[in-house]
Write a new protein. Structure first.
Lengths: 537, 340, 274
């Protein structure tokens, strides 16, 4: 009998607890639910975002993570910013002049802009910020490498001299390496732009918890792996349509999706083509399919010792013929595109590929010519990674299936992305699925695929003897006339297509899921979300 | 009493041995598994600066023979220096300090749930042996140890949050609440000590579901162990004597049987706690819980050796301490152990 | 054995049936799968369970039912192999430690405690990440984690048994240590070890599934229950992709546990009577 009494007691307690919990939930959650009409009592106009970020620092001179610019754009201003297209829009620079040598840029700054501290933003702050980034020798400093000097003839003019012409410079300015910091405040906290900044600058720790910018928001708090909290900048020169932004770290996408459906978050950043199906019919949720700019490709090593059969250009062409591009499009869904090769749709002169059926006969013929009439076995490295919207494991299995139809037996070997990246950077991968994410919205980024350049070296493609290719590369990177540049770009792609150790797959769209009570939501490649324009109803 | 002291001394000596052993193991792993310890312990960016590499080598004595390196490693360890995480860029000790409280809170709650319900189910099962109630509870307990916890976590979140809206959907506090700062990082404790009752409530509600999911497996273990031990004990002579004397069943169980039956259960609790740390990885990921489990997973998969070693050391220390506590409890409860 | 089967224990019999079925499926799966588990059909992705595909199709249009059947091979084999190896290692290690006793026993036991103090999942993750994900490496990682449990159990039984009168008698009569170990001690200790093993099979399958879920076990496109659950996790509204493999893991695990429980119930009273 005593046992029964005990059982009853425990059950009773459980009911009590769940009852209290349910009440408690209704009480505490109702005050903060975003779907209520008027939110004054709880910090109304708070935008809540769910993400799974890799944020390591909020110091713009050090930041090099994918989600970094989302915060940097909200808190700092640049001379130029990009939104949606690869055409940069003036932010703090009202106008610019370029001299005949194409290396000296003179910018006129917007007047009357104040930092969140109340200090005026003048040219000295621009000079300080750029030189600091360059001298910090951090992960992001290479963007500022080409800057030779920054002069400040007066408070609202900045003159930047480059080492050589760079057609993408204005776009580069939109990257966080060129974010403009409040020089006085940063110096107070140990910041410096001197040549030895790499060892003497100590401002990073302070900048991780505080912002010294002129942007729409001020950094209120950052708890790594938990939350980023931003509040509206009262001194901002433009318009901010909400009060506060909270970015929650929610590592599991399913949890993000459920949080969004329940209204606990307003925007879910982690949704991708793989799981968007869960939200397609959900009430109160909108989906945005934005064009992506991340190039997903196959890398085949040119070094015969590493690449084996894949070092042969005939085999490389055979691989390209074997891929079923039509089905790749189907897997990646609406707004996916097939780039011809290195230039994604939306960048200068981009060319597209036909969504064709694979040419099995042609591929087999090429393989026979190359000496592999029965095909061959090859190790295929596929990192278990979700490239911001597309699972590599899914793509990898599809490619394997396509290749098996022409006799190439690709054995998939998964690995952790960190391990793969190291090996890839050392040029040791035989056959690899990889992506290239642009740091800024310009075709110059993509030239890394060329022989002797960043990605080319990783494929051991070092033969820079093709002078035509080199010339075109030069034109594209320095030609400031947009039409000439586009023409050169197209020629480059066609020439490139004839012989290269890659197979360019599909550019998948990015998906943004958000509550229907929001307005003005859009997705941008660099900053992901532009917080200040979003209206919460 | 003298025996007790001797017993304690022996146990403490053992703990010391184990701690040194674990640090040695961790040291060996970080030096022998990767081919180049410098590459494994420094980020690519830091490695490109030859000065920084020299500084690093000098600090950890990488040019010296292995045993001297271990000595330096121990010395740094005792000063609280566990190296710098390649992935986060923070000193490992800071990372651990940040992530540990979340896991601690969660595991304590999970253990409470596991112990309370485990013992309860085990007792009921034993008392009603081979009757329907027994079968039901045994199935529940066995289900507890059979279900894949990553799937179970997803299922629970889906049912209790998305479908029925009973519990919140992850995170230690609400999605619109600012992160509480200061204090120990144990939100319930901090809330109580600062009188912030809404924090206590919020943290508690957010704890319940993940603790339930995490504790489910251990609950199964404890229930089964309690049941089998109770059955064993109740068939013993002194129990039969008590029954023969006319003592009602309930009293027999609670006064005579349960105490003795619980002794081995204490071991299982220890095992169970350590098991918790295994399920932690999945539960933390799914419930957006910024704890050691997530940290361990991210460190292990990025081969961030300083962090891996730091986390392993921390968890091993916890294991050792828990085992020590259990052994002491044993020594107190069961005199036979002390004289062994 | 007959006595075992005559037990009124319903759960035990249920466990036998479940596990027996799965083992048969695992053995015959290549023959009995209605469709090719590896055949992709992009046009047919994410189909709900239907007459054509009993368990529906996955993200590449493959038949989930066939994949679950084939997946049983990897999952069950990995679990069984792990447990077998750990029992073997445990018997040897624990047997030696318990039988020899003294300082050697102390040292050996301290070492095994050391190994078990190391957080298992982290060790598994590091091994898998460093050596590369594969079935072999995952099994390797799991055996390293588990052998101490069996060693300890074996040792404690050896210690108890070696004081037994008939063992002492055998020694007096001149029987060699090895003969005693194999003839007398082993048969008597195998019972509880076997119980622990059956209880652990479920655990082994779960851990292996967990490692695959984290991407550290089987390589795609080989079907395996854990990685199938991982694949389906992203598309929870296509619930069949995760649920059927998840239920399979659960069934196999619970079946093994029922067997283990039944065995223990059967063996315990026997031990008590001695």
């Amino acid at each position: 009998m005593k046992v029964w009494k005990r059982v009853l007691a425990v059950v009773f307690c459980c009911i009590m607890i769940s009852g209290v919990t349910a009440c408690g939930k209704t009480n505490s959650e109702s005050n903060t639910s975003s779907n209520d009409g008027n939110n004054e009592s709880s910090g109304g106009g708070t935008l809540v975002v769910g993400m799974d970020s890799d944020l390591q620092t909020l110091d713009p001179g050090h930041g090099y993570e994918v989600y970094g610019n989302m915060i940097f754009y909200a808190v700092y201003d640049n001379l130029y910013k990009t939104y949606g297209t690869s055409t940069p829009e003036p932010s703090l620079a009202e106008s610019y002049e370029l001299d005949d040598s194409q290396t000296v840029y003179s910018f006129k700054l917007k007047e009357g802009v104040k930092f969140s501290s109340g200090n005026d933003l003048t040219s000295k702050d621009v000079a300080f910020s750029i030189m600091r980034t360059k001298n910090l020798k951090s992960n992001t400093s290479h963007h500022a490498e080409a800057v030779q000097s920054v002069e400040t003839p007066d408070d609202y003019t900045v003159v930047i001299t480059l080492a050589s012409p760079d057609a993408s410079f204005l776009v580069k300015l939109s990257n966080n390496s060129f974010a403009i910091l409040d020089s006085e405040v940063v110096k107070e906290h140990g910041g410096t732009d001197a040549e030895d900044a790499a060892t003497t600058d100590t401002a990073q720790e302070w900048l991780n918890q505080n912002s010294a910018g002129s942007g729409a928001y001020v950094l209120d708090n950052w708890t790594q792996n938990v939350k980023v909290e931003l509040i509206k900048n009262e001194n901002y020169w433009g318009e901010v349509k909400n009060e506060k932004v909270i970015c929650n770290e929610i590592p599991d996408v399913n949890t993000q999706i459920q949080n969004l459906k329940q209204g606990d978050i307003d925007i879910a950043l982690g949704v991708s083509m793989d799981n968007v199906s869960q939200l397609e019919d959900a009430d109160g949720v909108e989906l945005l399919y934005a064009q992506g700019y991340t190039t997903t490709f196959l890398l085949m090593n040119q070094d015969p010792d590493i690449g084996g059969p894949l070092a042969d250009s005939k085999v490389q062409e055979a691989v390209r013929l074997a891929i079923n591009y039509q089905e790749l499009l189907e897997i990646c869904g609406e707004n996916a595109t097939l780039p011809l090769n290195i230039v994604p749709e939306g960048f200068t002169g981009a060319l597209q590929r036909e969504a064709s059926e694979p040419d099995i006969e042609g591929a087999k013929a090429l393989l026979t010519e190359a000496g592999y009439p029965d095909g061959f076995d090859v190790k295929f490295t596929v990192a278990s990674y979700d490239s911001e919207g597309m699972s590599w494991t899914t793509l990898g299995q599809k490619i394997k299936d396509d290749l098996s139809k022409v006799g190439i037996n690709a054995e998939i070997e998964t690995a952790e992305i960190g391990v793969v990246i190291d090996s890839y950077r050392e040029g040791k991968e035989q056959f690899l699925l990889m992506h290239w994410h642009p740091d800024y919205m310009d075709i110059n980024n993509q030239l890394a695929f060329l022989p002797g350049d960043t990605i080319g070296e990783r494929a051991n493609w070092t033969d820079a003897s093709n002078t035509e290719l080199e010339e075109l590369k030069n034109t594209v990177s320095t030609e400031n006339d947009p039409d000439k540049r586009a023409a050169a770009s197209e020629e480059l792609q066609k020439l490139f297509a004839q012989d290269n150790p890659y197979a360019f797959l599909v550019t998948h769209p990015k998906v943004l899921a958000y509550g229907s009570n929001l307005e003005n939501v859009d997705y941008y490649e660099v900053q992901k979300i532009d917080f200040q324009n979003i209206v919460i109803n | 009493m003298g025996n007790m002291v001797k017993y304690l001394m022996r146990r403490l000596l053992l703990v010391l041995f184990l701690l040194i052993g674990v640090s040695l193991l961790v040291f060996l792993i970080s030096h022998l598994v990767p081919s180049d310890p410098v590459a494994a312990n420094m980020s690519t960016q830091a490695m490109s600066d030859p000065e920084a590499v020299e500084v690093y080598k000098a600090k950890w004595g990488l040019d010296k023979p292995l045993y001297q390196q271990y000595g330096i490693y121990l010395k740094n360890l005792l000063q609280g220096d566990l190296g710098t995480s390649i992935r986060t860029g923070n000193p490992v000790i800071e990372d651990l300090k940040q992530f540990f409280p979340a896991t601690l809170e969660l595991s304590v709650f999970a253990m409470i749930i596991a112990i309370v319900f485990g013992i309860l189910f085990g007792v009921i099962s034993a008392v009603h042996r081979d009757k329907p109630l027994d079968y039901i509870f045994r199935t529940v307990s066995i289900a507890g140890v059979s279900v894949p916890n990553f799937w179970f976590a997803l299922l629970m979140l889906f049912l209790f949050y998305a479908q029925w809206g009973i519990f919140p959907g992850g995170g230690r506090v609400g999605s619109r609440t600012a992160t509480p700062s200061g204090g120990t990082g144990l939100y319930i404790l901090d809330g109580i000590t600062s009188g912030n009752w809404s924090l206590v409530g919020e943290a508690f509600f957010h704890l319940l579901l993940p603790a339930l999911v995490l504790g489910f497996f251990t609950m199964g273990l404890i229930a089964r162990q309690t049941r089998s031990n109770l059955l064993e004990v109740t068939s013993m002579d002194y129990i039969r004597t008590a029954k023969a004397k006319g003592l009602p069943a309930g009293k027999v169980i609670s006064r005579h049987a349960l105490g003795n039956a619980l002794i081995p259960v204490i071991t299982v609790m220890g095992m169970g706690f350590c098991n918790l740390l295994g399920g932690m990885v999945f539960v933390e990921k799914i419930f957006s819980w910024p704890g050691i489990g997530q940290y361990a997973y991210l460190s292990a998969t990025t081969l961030d050796f300083p962090a891996i070693c730091g986390v392993s050391l921390l968890i091993a220390v916890i294991y050792v301490v828990i085992n020590l506590i259990i052994d002491i409890l044993y020594g107190v409860i069961d005199p036979r152990v002390r004289y062994n | 054995m007959k006595q075992l089967l005559k037990q009124k224990n319903v759960l035990f019999k249920l466990g036998l049936i479940i596990c027996g079925l799965w083992i048969l499926i695992a053995i015959f799966s290549p023959v009995i799968t209605p469709q090719d588990p590896l055949a992709q059909n992009v046009a047919n992705r994410f189909q709900a369970p239907s007459v054509a595909n009993w368990f529906g199709t996955d993200e590449l249009g493959r038949d989930v039912f066939s994949r679950v059947l084939l997946g049983s091979r990897v999952s069950i084999t990995a679990g069984l192999v792990t447990v077998c190896i750990t029992i073997f290692l445990g018997i040897i290690y624990g047997g030696i430690a318990g039988y020899v006793g003294g300082v050697i026993d102390d040292i050996m036991m301290r070492l095994s405690e050391l190994v078990s103090s190391f957080p298992p999942l982290i060790l598994a993750m590091v091994i898998a990440a460093a050596l590369g994900p594969s079935i072999f490496n995952s099994v390797f990682a799991m055996t390293i984690i588990w052998w101490p449990n069996y060693a300890r159990l074996m040792r404690s039984m050896v210690i108890t048994l070696k004081e037994n009168e008939y063992i002492v008698a055998s020694r007096t009569l001149g029987a060699s240590h090895l003969r005693i170990l194999i003839r007398e001690i082993l048969p008597n200790s195998i019972g509880p070890l076997f119980v622990m093993a059956t209880l652990d099979i479920g655990n082994a399958i779960l851990t292996f599934a967990g490692l695959s879920f984290l991407g550290l076990g089987t390589q795609p496109p080989t079907p395996e229950w854990g990685s199938m659950v991982a694949d389906g996790v992203n598309n929870m509204n296509y619930w069949w992709i995760s649920t059927f493999p998840g239920i399979s893991i659960f069934l196999m695990s619970i079946g093994a546990n029922f067997i283990g429980d039944g065995l223990r119930d059967y063996l315990d009273p026997k031990l008590l009577k001695e």
